[in-house]
Design a protein around this ligand. Sequence first.
Ligand SMILES: NC(=O)c1ccc[n+]([C@@H]2O[C@H](COP(=O)([O-])OP(=O)(O)OC[C@H]3O[C@@H](n4cnc5c(N)ncnc54)[C@H](O)[C@@H]3O)[C@@H](O)[C@H]2O)c1
Length: 341
Amino acid sequence: MSNSKYILVTGGAGYIGSHTVVELVENGFSPVIVDDFRNSQESSIDGIERITGKSVTLRRIDVCDFASLEGVFSEFNFEGIIHFAAHKAVGESVEKPLAYYRNNLLGLINCLDLAVKYKVENFVFSSSCTIYGEPKNEKVVTEESEIQIANSPYGNTKQIGEEIINDLVASGANIKILNLRYFNPVGAHFSSQIGELPIGKPNNLLPAVAQTAIGKIDKITVHGNDYDTTDGTCVRDYIHVTDVANAHVKGIAWLQSQKNSLVENINIGTGQGTSVLEIIHTFEEVSGRKLNWEFGKRREGDVVEIYADVTKSKAILNWEAKKTVKDAVKDAWNWEKRISD
Ligand SMILES: NC(=O)c1ccc[n+]([C@@H]2O[C@H](COP(=O)([O-])OP(=O)(O)OC[C@H]3O[C@@H](n4cnc5c(N)ncnc54)[C@H](O)[C@@H]3O)[C@@H](O)[C@H]2O)c1
């Protein structure tokens, strides 16, 4: 094991990446961010610096540009890599499949290739619960649950990403890889210095709810009220982004403790489902504002109910979610108020 504390964080200026960079600094690592800001803003770097009191090491590089990325590998002796950089909007991926396959797969291949070439053995890949699709007979999925045919190019990039990783490890490459399958990251840092900054119309529920409460959006539509769930609306496993970030620090530490090449898949969720209506009502309670919302038609391709079995994350990473959905809603609301000032 090398003594380097440098961790390459691709996409480190983004939503989950910026929170992970903070957790890494707070746990004694020296993160190096590679990001080209295609879906983030410089203000997230300022936010990280305000929280940690340390200056951020940043290289403004496209991970698909192999030569430039290699320059970063020759500059730093990395102990590990956390690969977040990717496009992430399911709907957009249906309209621009090639852009999604190019960025998400080429970026991953470049990072893996350079990890092997520069002998960086500890690698964390951002996977997603989308790979489980609509679970057939279960609402709670384990890492052994069947992977369903992807219902979007985005979901397919995560499935293919995991296959590429399996093939690389099977080829005998000297690398240890954790595929962290996140459920639904929400909330913001409690300091309100960093959070989710959707460019354009938000795709995710919490930013949409927060923008409705602040008046940026007129009304939100809840898609479907007749599903077979507690209140008829879709159910997800919402997990605080700070908890997600912490799972990466635990993940790197666990990889460091392992001797042999491996690939391990781990769900990152709370183990509890929350419905869309429950989120809206929690938001109204926390913000003290009445939200303007209405029921609309079911949306094509929406998974009805899914949440994580978290046995493995506890057993292997010694990690579990500490914050509640209410904490996340509170932090998301404080963040929205701050960026709307
Ligand atoms: N947020 C979620 O709900 C969620 C759920 C499951 C998985 N994930 C995965 O987690 C990862 C991070 O997601 P996020 O929500 O923080 O997204 P984000 O868009 O906020 O962050 C991604 C960052 O990567 C950067 N980036 C993208 N392509 C790049 C490239 N070619 N070169 C350099 N930088 C590039 C963007 O500028 C952005 O800063 C992604 O891989 C995403 O697919 C996210």
